[in-house]
Design a protein around this ligand. Structure first.
Ligand SMILES: NC(=O)c1ccc[n+]([C@@H]2O[C@H](COP(=O)([O-])OP(=O)(O)OC[C@H]3O[C@@H](n4cnc5c(N)ncnc54)[C@H](O)[C@@H]3O)[C@@H](O)[C@H]2O)c1
Length: 351
């Protein structure tokens, strides 16, 4: 006898990579980046509603695997994400991810989705949302250092949300810069491939570093950073993995997501435990100052925090009512009598 069909309660929505790609194109990538930035900013504004914990990281010689959970009391979300800087040498990505959203009242999951693309989108949306608060008002030129998987997303979000129109691009591997230039060509940017980081930062009001290297790297030294610039440093996001020389941290005002996580993973891991930082949610909710003058160097030490993924999952759930790019997956065992799980199993036993 064939196994009985699962009941309605067995199903949750599943957004595959294919459907995520369709969704992004159907909404339009810059619209989606702006929408995501709004959702993330709304959740930063209600920061105190969330359960917060540094992500749970499992380190190895090759990289890290992390779980990033949070809840606002109504919904619970988590993301599984890896970071393996040498993966690209064997044809694999540095970062891949998937995530889940569940109801807090019953604990039942309701949405499972790919989050490799969604992470790139939410990271870029977060960077640009933060830059809108901290970067010089007339910022038009950005140095983009590290031209790998995240880079085009960063560029598009900075245009959609901040108004960047010129990109000065540098990567230690010129093939990465060629790839990013190829992807961004014909989209209205002025693209300037550069041979050195020095050349890339020339005339830039924003410097984005999104490199991947499992070590204390020095992508930017103090002499490369001028008064008034905003640095968006997102590649230093693990113990022992940083991008900036510590002298920059001494000159800049440093803004972070969640200090207990950033002090372990961010650029500020190089600094003493009491090094002064401002939490971005306070700037957004108006309880702490952001940029206060034209000469100030502002630094977003972005490591990626669970609330940003929660916002992205919440956004995705809302969008699925207008854009049905999902499948139904029977992931919850659903016995007729909730206490008769064994009986349900037996219904599928061979005769
Ligand atoms: N903060 C966040 O929320 C967040 C989210 C996603 C990824 N990340 C991090 O962002 C970084 C980039 O991720 P990705 O997916 O684009 O990785 P990727 O491997 O696709 O690209 C990284 C690029 O950095 C380049 N690079 C390495 N060392 C360099 C150097 N010294 N100077 C210039 N370029 C250099 C590499 O050649 C490569 O092209 C990673 O470190 C990743 O962990 C952070």
């Amino acid at each position: 006898m064939p196994a009985p069909l699962p009941s309605e309660l067995a199903y949750i929505r599943f957004v595959s990579v294919e459907n995520m790609m369709k969704l992004v194109h159907s909404i339009g990538i810059e619209t989606m980046l702006k929408d995501l930035a709004r959702y993330i900013e709304d959740d930063f504004r209600r920061w105190e509603d969330f359960d917060k914990t540094p992500r749970v990281a499992s380190h190895s010689a090759e990289g890290v695997i992390e779980l990033m959970p949070t809840s606002d009391g109504e919904d619970y979300g988590f993301k599984y994400v890896n970071g393996h800087p040498s993966n690209t040498k064997v044809g694999l990505q540095t970062v891949t991810a998937f995530g889940l959203l569940a109801r807090v009242d019953t604990g039942y999951p309701e949405l499972l989705c790919e989050m490799t693309l969604l992470t790139a989108l939410r990271t870029a949306a977060t960077s640009a949302m933060v830059a809108r608060h901290l970067a010089p008002k007339q910022a038009r030129t950005m140095a983009l250092i590290g031209n790998g998987a995240q880079s085009e997303f960063q560029a598009l979000a900075m245009r959609a949300i901040v108004g960047i129109d010129t990109l000065r691009m540098y990567d230690i591997d010129p093939a990465a810069t060629r790839k990013a230039v190829g992807n961004l060509e014909g989209q209205g940017f002025t693209l300037v491939p550069c041979d050195t980081p020095e050349e890339a930062v020339e005339g830039a009001q924003i410097i984005t570093t999104c490199t991947a290297d499992k070590q204390y790297a020095t992508i930017l030294t103090d002499n490369l950073v001028g008064d008034g610039q905003h640095i968006n440093a997102i590649g230093g996001d693990c113990p022992g993995k940083t991008e900036l020389h510590r002298d920059i941290l001494n000159r800049a005002d440093v803004f972070v997501e969640y200090p207990p996580q950033t002090r372990v993973e961010g650029e500020i891991q190089q600094m003493p435990e009491d090094f002064e930082v401002t939490e971005m949610w306070q700037v957004i909710s108006g309880t702490a100052p952001g940029r206060v003058n034209d000469r100030q160097i502002t630094l977003f030490d972005g490591v990626g925090f669970a609330i940003e993924d929660f916002s992205a999952l919440r956004y995705l759930r809302d969008k699925l009512s207008e854009h049905p790019f999902y499948q139904e997956l029977d992931i919850i065992a659903d016995p007729d009598d909730p206490r008769d799980l064994f009986g349900m199993l037996q219904r599928a036993a061979p005769d």
